[in-house]
Design a protein around this ligand. Structure first.
Ligand code: GTP
Ligand code: MG
Length: 199
């Protein structure tokens, strides 16, 4: 009997340079963290087999294909091909960097433009309305350097969800630390669940 091949779900990680996208992916996939910064060039992906529990309590084995992208503009040369076929996206900011949360609008819009969500009226297109995102505020271990209050991020998520004409897709938000592993598994599991649900 042929073995049942797990479904592949493509997840793209987006956000400013230095917010910790690569660190989050590495923490999730290998359980390790390094304090050194090495800019991602272009994009890279890895796969991880996971079990996702859906809204009905049903368990699904899926292959998560996690794409880590470059936050630095000069390294984004390989561009849009990396976004194509994505089933969900993680929008990442750094809780110690106000600019990085302001830029989430840019990352979301650029992503939607690339995957084919053409803009209609102010607000978002049908494609946008149906596309699942999760928002991650990383580096919560740096308690003394925090500049982005939780309430501000939650407001951003409410506004983003409200911009969806149907308003049906939630914008889950997690405060994470790739350094201490806080909420990393939870965030990836949630985005996998959303990807499966809205695929
Ligand atoms: P680009 O590849 O340029 O887009 O950056 P990136 O978003 O992938 O950032 P990266 O994961 O390389 O992390 C940038 C720096 O922040 C590194 O020095 C990491 O060690 C550090 N860092 C990442 N996550 C955390 C975290 O949760 N806490 C702390 N304290 N440092 C972190
Ligand atoms: Mg990186």
């Amino acid at each position: 009997m042929a073995a049942h091949r797990p479904k592949t779900l493509k997840i793209v990680i987006l956000g400013d340079s230095g917010v910790g996208k690569t660190s989050l992916m590495n923490r999730y996939s290998t359980g390790k963290f390094t304090g050194q910064y090495k800019a991602t060039i272009g994009a890279d992906f890895l796969t991880k087999q996971v079990v996702v529990t859906d809204a009905f309590g049903q368990r699904h084995v899926v292959m998560l294909q996690i794409w880590d992208t470059a936050g630095q503009e000069r390294f984004q040369s390989l561009g849009v091909g990396f976004y194509r076929g994505a089933d969900a996206a993680l929008l990442c900011y750094d809780v110690t960097d106000l600019h990085s949360i302001d830029n989430l609008n840019h990352w979301r819009q650029e992503f939607l433009d690339q995957v084919g969500g053409s803009m209609m009226v102010p607000g978002l297109s049908e494609t946008a309305a149906q596309f699942p995102f999760a928002v991650l505020g990383n580096k919560v271990d740096k308690v003394n350097d925090r500049l982005v209050p939780l309430a501000r991020a939650e407001q951003w998520c409410r506004d983003a969800a409200g911009a969806h004409s149907m308003g049906s897709i939630p914008f889950p938000h997690f405060e994470t630390s790739a350094k201490t592993a806080v909420n990393v598994d939870e965030a990836f599991h949630e985005v996998a669940r959303l990807a499966l649900q809205y695929e």
